[in-house]
Ligand binder design. Structure first.
Ligand SMILES: Cc1cc2nc3c(=O)[nH]c(=O)nc-3n(C[C@H](O)[C@H](O)[C@H](O)COP(=O)(O)OP(=O)(O)OC[C@H]3O[C@@H](n4cnc5c(N)ncnc54)[C@H](O)[C@@H]3O)c2cc1C
Length: 384
């Protein structure tokens, strides 16, 4: 593949390092096992921490390695090759929430959490969605009422990926001003997942099986005011502050997974024989594979373009949305074709394609659905 030509020697070397690492140190078999058994990727997360890569975008003077947006997408592309869940949900969510904490946290919060995060002693997840607030995130109702030096939090968070993992700190969007509506009066609290009166109920989802996702029931959960991130009313600003990095990590992970789906389908097509020849010889399958690779290359170009703009400090909300939209729909399309090319074999867990396919179905819903991405893109196309 000639795509490497777009990268500098240093970026290419980072890409090779990440790809070697996922293949040798983490392995597709491990990812498959976590998905099948619905167990969290603890060992892999700790290996990533041991490399220092949880600090990819954390400045060096804070103990990180001070990477940039291109380093970011190269990392997620590689980590996503066997599972968008592992890459975007386990690693990505924790990593960009740490960015928000660095940006909005007080010095004592940074001291309390960042080193522990870099050593994988704590990890972050995000709880925004509620039963009545999905795409319309500003419709949240979970209420945090002041009680002395604490908040009492009551409500229901409908989905929170990674919240049952040990050491999980939930960045929770709550409504602190009862008179407020929509985006005002919202606040982010850092809520450890083991507080009294907080109950997690695991959901049996089609995808995101390794990271796991939970409903969170909160009944007057006592959270110290010291756990507030930023000031009261700053919640919306905080949760949207790293939206571009978030969507870049998701798009890169999906594109990496889509590439692996094409690679696996191609390999299968070259080995499986029917009617006395490999199935790759059938032109209809060749064309399917050609279309699949073309789409993945286009997704990669969109992801790298958006990352390049982010790195250059240019406004890139539209380009990030295009990258997320196209990468997620590409993952869905190439995995559906991948299952078709593999026939019955494609439906077995050991073929991996069925996992990529399930994750593709989730890809166009989470992190801003395809419909919402199209709306954002269309808004940028209004008559000047
Ligand atoms: C496995 C999984 C893990 C998740 N993890 C988390 C998590 O960790 N933290 C968290 O906060 N949330 C999480 N979510 C929630 C996720 O962010 C929401 O599913 C997503 O925001 C969509 O909301 P919804 O599912 O309620 O769908 P809805 O918003 O009800 O949408 C239903 C359909 O209507 C469409 N639609 C909605 N509004 C519009 C519009 N304005 N224009 C056009 N079409 C529209 C949507 O695109 C979709 O097709 C998770 C979800 C899943 C499935």
């Amino acid at each position: 593949m000639a795509f490497e030509n777009f990268l500098s020697d240093e970026q290419q070397s980072w890409r090779d390092t990440c790809n070697r690492f996922i293949d040798r140190e983490i392995t597709r078999e491990y990812i498959r096992k976590c998905d099948m058994e619905r167990t969290y990727y603890y060992e892999a997360y700790e290996k990533i921490a041991a490399q220092g890569w949880l600090g990819l975008m954390i400045p060096e003077d804070q103990g990180g390695i001070g990477g940039d947006a291109m380093d970011w997408v190269i990392f997620f592309e590689a980590m996503g090759k066997y599972s968008n869940d592992f890459s975007a949900a386990t690693l990505g969510v924790s990593m960009y929430t740490a960015q928000a904490l660095l940006h909005f946290g007080r010095a004592d919060q940074v001291a309390q959490y960042i080193d522990a995060y870099l050593k994988a002693k704590v990890r972050f997840c995000i709880a925004i969605s509620e039963p009545q607030a999905g795409s319309d995130a500003a419709a949240i109702r979970t209420r945090a009422k002041k009680d002395g030096e604490d908040y009492l939090v009551t409500g229901l968070k409908q989905w929170c990926s990674g919240s049952s993992a040990k050491g999980a700190i939930i960045a929770m969007l709550v409504r602190t001003d009862p008179e407020s509506t929509r985006r005002s009066g919202l606040t982010v609290l850092l809520v450890p997942n083991d507080l009294p009166n907080l109950e997690l109920r695991k959901l049996n989802t089609l995808a995101r099986r390794g990271t796991g996702t939970n409903q969170i029931f909160l009944d007057e959960v006592r959270v110290p005011s010291a756990n507030r991130l930023g000031v009261e009313g700053q919640g919306w600003e905080i949760i949207t502050s790293h939206l571009e990095l978030e969507r870049l990590s998701i798009a890169a992970s999906m594109m990496g997974c889509a590439q692996q789906a094409v690679t696996d389908a191609l390999q299968y097509a070259h080995t499986r024989e029917q009617f006395g020849q490999t199935i790759f010889n059938f032109q209809v399958l060749k064309h399917m594979l050609a279309d699949m690779q073309t789409k993945v290359d286009a997704a990669r170009l969109l992801v790298y373009r958006a990352a390049g703009m982010h790195q250059a400090g240019q406004p890139c909300g539209r380009e990030v949305s295009m990258a997320k939209l196209f990468a997620s729909e590409t993952l869905q399309e190439v995995t559906r074709n991948g299952v078709q090319i593999m026939g019955g074999h494609g439906m077995l867990p050991e073929a991996d394609m069925e996992r990529y396919f399930r994750e593709g179905m989730q890809a166009t819903v989470g992190g801003g659905s395809s419909q919402i991405m199209r709306t954002i893109i269309a808004q940028s196309m209004k008559k000047k």
